[in-house]
Write a protein that binds this ligand. Structure first.
Ligand SMILES: *Cc1c(COP(=O)(O)O)cnc(C)c1O
Length: 336
């Protein structure tokens, strides 16, 4: 028996009929860029994330890029994030000529360590720091309360990289906040392997700030509101109707799927408990008490990593290393 890392074929069988109808509607309309389906998806995702506005874009990477552009991040500016994330988070910063400043992660949750962020901001308060990007890695929110407190104190906006965390929640004083709604802008990815995955690339920016929503909307269409009149220098970063059609079908099942992922994660944890995993020097994912984890990945830490990977491979079980090389050690970031 082969067990792939992710098998979307089973999911597809269940929703195939609906998907085909939805795609056919787009084909019949022959309207492929933005349009009614994208608008409906934007409203759905905004509502799902407790935000007033949603703006569909071409990928999670472009959601982050356009968010930084909306905050006027440019050459010489500094943006704080962690080096333990997917490449995009840092790629978009350097693409704008800005400089990433890395703060370390909390080894338990793999998310930005707020205490270390505090030290860094105090030491570098006079520097040109223009934004902070915490990542909700693997589907669990970063510890947002202290991060937002620092953001307020130092007057530096927070952009959430929620690419892996749609529907995740951070709970404080009984108040549940959805991933994407806590910073000034929130970014989602619809890459096929994300919890809400399209059939190609796609992404979304969510916000409660009307002015920024308007600006993001323009930036994704070459900086124009009215066709052929350009207020900003934007990009071609729009979401297409075929992706929106697929995602409108899939979002109906998202909560059910996230619930099943959580049940699977709990089942794994039970099995690890049963074998007394501590004696094998294995670290399991830790879900903080104030989080609704959506388990985009179930990541364990183990000393004999490569041996375990090979052993599982021999048994037909696929795994992946998240991530083999932190960002400051990548060939293109040697200078960092
Ligand atoms: C997937 C991902 C992105 C980028 O999304 P794309 O849609 O692939 O461009 C950004 N950040 C993180 C943490 C991701 O996991």
């Amino acid at each position: 028996m082969e067990i792939p890392l992710l098998d979307l074929k089973i999911q597809y069988q269940k929703i195939k009929k609906e998907i085909k109808i939805a795609i056919d509607e787009v084909l019949e309309s022959q309207r492929f860029i933005l349009g009614d389906k994208v608008k409906r998806l934007e409203d759905k995702i905004a509502k799902y994330s407790d935000c007033r506005f949603g703006i569909g874009v071409s990928s999670g990477t472009d959601a982050l890029l356009i968010s930084l552009m909306a905050l006027d991040i440019k050459y010489g500016d500094i943006v704080i994030t962690t080096p333990y994330t997917f490449f995009s988070t840092v790629g978009v910063i350097t693409r704008l000529g800005a400089k990433p400043l890395f703060v370390d992660i909390d080894a338990k949750t793999y998310n930005m360590d707020p205490e270390k962020l505090g030290y860094l901001l105090e030491r570098k308060a006079k520097d040109n720091i223009k934004a902070i990007i915490p990542i909700h890695l693997f589907g669990q929110c970063a510890d947002m309360e202290p991060i937002l407190e620092l953001s307020n104190r130092f007057n530096i906006p927070v952009i959430e990289d929620a690419a892996q965390a749609i529907g995740a929640e951070y709970i404080k004083n009984g108040r549940r906040s959805r991933a994407g709604s806590m910073g000034i802008l929130g970014c989602f990815s619809f890459f096929p392997s994300k919890n809400l995955g399209g059939y190609g690339d796609g992404g979304m920016v969510v916000t409660n700030n009307e002015e920024l929503a308007k600006k993001v909307r323009m930036l994704r269409s070459h900086g124009s509101e009215k066709k052929y009149y350009h207020i900003y220098v934007g990009i071609n970063g729009r979401l297409d109707a075929l992706q929106a059609a697929v995602l409108l079908v899939k979002i109906k099942y998202l909560d059910e799927w996230s619930k099943k992922r959580k049940e699977n994660a709990e089942f794994y944890k039970e099995l690890f408990e049963k074998i007394g995993y501590q004696k094998f020097d294995i670290k399991l994912p830790v879900t903080e008490y104030n989080n609704r984890h959506i388990y985009n990945q179930f990541v364990i830490r183990v000393k004999k990593r490569d041996e375990l990977k090979n052993f599982l491979k021999e048994k037909g079980i696929s795994t992946e290393i998240y991530y083999p090389l932190p960002l400051h050690m990548q060939p293109c970031y040697k200078d960092l």
